[in-house]
Design a protein around this ligand. Structure first.
Ligand code: FES
Ligand SMILES: [Fe+2]
Length: 325
């Protein structure tokens, strides 16, 4: 088993969408550890997926009155991991299943294998004025930091998503503003686009920006802004399930508008499904090769992603660059 970068090992990660936690326990993995998630009497509970009696996976059991019941001999554990019932006996041994810290935030159940405090989440995840939803594709073969970088990377869409995201041969001059600090890193891309017609004449300074922001260690938010503010934010929490296996929780946020939220949800997920599949192919192939990475002139956030994941803050920096996107 490999050791995880310090900040990744100490992170909080989602293990379920709170509203979808039903009567069945969920088997999850986090940082190579098997976990079980279930609806406890006092709210969602996360335990290590191992019965303390004879090591049976508790996720193979059932939930009964807020307790998880082991499928082997029927011992029942509450959300705090305390053994509450042993069938065939009136006594209960002072035994605990290993319970992890649990928090419900932004509609997800979060947990950690560390004693770190709960992190700051992107504000869009808790902005009730927006239309928001979680898209939860399955886990796939990818190294977690590669996946974080992929979401923030401006240089691959021409090659990996030609025509869907970028026209492969039509690049435009783009100004990039990069800010790196101890709390994260951000790159804003300003594409100076002059639409024809009256509006662009009236609004000389019309600009469209997109911004990639890293919330270390593994949350990446890409947002698109128009002249009147946010148009779309895609904030993805990348969960390191196991070595080379990553599960994304993707949060889409758009301003309330003419389109019903359900229609936007259907369109956004349909549009992003092929993009997700294309990125997955790249990430799976990339994960078959080890070794150090070279940094190129368009890798604005990569070095910060890796150094913050290892718990070393990069030197604060702020600069502008010019590229062709
Ligand atoms: S192994 Fe779980 S009750 Fe015996
Ligand atoms: Fe991509």
């Amino acid at each position: 088993m490999v050791s995880w970068p310090a900040a990744v090992a100490a992170g909080w990660y989602p293990v379920a969408v709170a509203a979808r936690l039903g009567r069945r326990p969920l088997a999850r993995r986090l940082l190579d550890e098997p976990l079980v998630v279930f609806a406890g009497a006092g709210g969602p509970a996360v335990l290590r997926d191992r019965c303390p009696h004879r090591a049976m996976p508790l996720s193979a059991g059932r939930v009964d009155a807020g307790r998880i019941v082991c499928p082997y001999h029927g011992w029942a554990f509450d959300g705090a991991g305390t053994c509450r019932h042993v069938p065939g006996s009136t006594g209960v041994p002072a035994v605990r299943a290993d319970a992890l810290p649990t928090r419900v935030a932004a509609g997800l159940v979060w947990t950690t294998l560390s004693d770190a405090p709960f992190p700051r989440l992107p504000a869009v995840m808790e902005d009730a004025t927006l239309d928001r939803f979680w898209w939860t594709p399955r886990a796939s073969a990818a190294r977690v930091l590669d996946a974080v970088e992929n979401h923030l990377d401006p240089a691959h869409p021409h090659h990996v998503h030609p025509w869907i995201v970028r026209a492969p041969h039509r690049r435009r001059r783009t100004r990039v503003l990069v800010t790196i600090d101890a709390a994260g890193a951000e790159a804003t891309y300003v594409e100076e686009r002059r639409a024809g017609g009256l509006l662009s004449r009236l609004f000389e300074g019309y600009r469209t920006t997109s911004t990639g922001r890293l919330f270390p260690p593994t949350i990446a938010d890409v947002r698109f802004d128009g002249p009147d503010g946010l148009r779309l934010s895609i904030a993805v929490v990348f969960v390191p399930e196991a070595t080379g296996v990553t599960r994304p929780y993707a949060h889409f946020a758009t301003p309330r508008g003419r389109w019903p939220a359900g229609v936007k949800r259907a369109l956004l997920t349909a549009f992003h499904y092929p993009i997700l599949m294309q990125d997955r192919r790249v990430l799976a192939r990339q994960a078959t090769r080890a070794g150090p990475y070279a940094t190129g002139p368009l890798d604005f956030l990569g070095p910060a992603i890796w150094s913050l994941a290892h718990g070393t803050a990069p030197p604060p920096d702020s600069y502008e660059a010019e590229i062709w996107l």
